[in-house]
Write a protein that binds this ligand. Structure first.
Ligand code: URA
Ligand code: SF4
Length: 213
């Protein structure tokens, strides 16, 4: 068996059809076995936010803290994101915030759980959940945070450095933009850190401006 695809059957058969609430969709995701990532994680971390959100943010996958709390972007990357949202005047509770992959992928180093990048197959396996979130919320704008979400939403040619902040034609919403992941700001060294922060802030501001025009 190909180790890249072993155990990956995809989320589709776990995703309920028909009209349903975001709450019911999220609770269906607790039973997902569409790829092996559920095994190591504590719980599913589904998207959350307003069903009438005009703006949806899509990250990569939950981190250690999100895995423990069961909510997206509540760890260090979430704090960085909140800080930037504050600066841009966006209220987080008016957004819908989710991830390309709904279970935490990691390896252990001693007691610590270190984030591992999800494979393309894992992202693909999880995509039916994201499609359903998009269908129910129907945001006017979608912003991919980082390369994983960007490639999934805009195609394999998407490069954060080259394409960030551009209004892309091939995205899932009227306004489709990719930008850096807030964790890139945390990882950056000092002179770059502020530039990264400005990049994410600027890209989000451009989306807000477009939304209100
Ligand atoms: N990083 C992500 O991409 N998503 C989260 O929810 C947390 C960290
Ligand atoms: Fe299902 Fe996605 Fe979790 Fe894999 S990561 S088990 S596809 S919810």
């Amino acid at each position: 068996m190909d180790p890249e695809t072993a155990g990956i059957t995809g989320a589709r058969r776990f995703v309920p059809e028909g009209r349903l609430s975001l709450g019911r969709l999220a609770s269906a995701a607790t039973n997902c076995r569409g790829c092996p990532l559920w095994r190591g994680a504590s719980q599913v971390v589904f998207g959350e936010g307003s069903r009438t959100a005009e703006l949806m943010l899509v990250g990569e996958q939950p981190g250690d803290r999100e895995d423990r709390d069961g909510r997206p972007f509540v760890g260090p990357a979430g704090l960085e994101l909140n800080r930037i949202l504050d600066e841009t005047g966006i209220e987080r509770n008016r957004l819908y915030v989710t991830n390309a992959v709904k279970h935490f992928k990691f390896h252990r180093e001693g007691k610590r759980r270190i984030h591992d990048k999800p494979t393309r197959n894992e992202v693909k396996a999880c995509r039916p959940w994201l499609d359903r979130e998009l269908e129910l919320v129907q945001p006017r704008a979608v912003v991919a945070l980082g390369a994983t979400a960007g490639r999934e939403l805009f195609g394999p040619g998407f490069r954060v450095t080259r394409h960030h902040g551009q209004f892309l034609e091939n995205g899932p919403a009227e306004i489709s933009v990719g930008t850096i992941h807030p964790s890139a700001i945390i990882r950056a060294r000092d002179p770059d850190r502020e530039a990264y922060r400005e990049m994410l802030t600027g890209d989000l501001c451009a989306v807000i401006e477009r939304l209100s025009s």
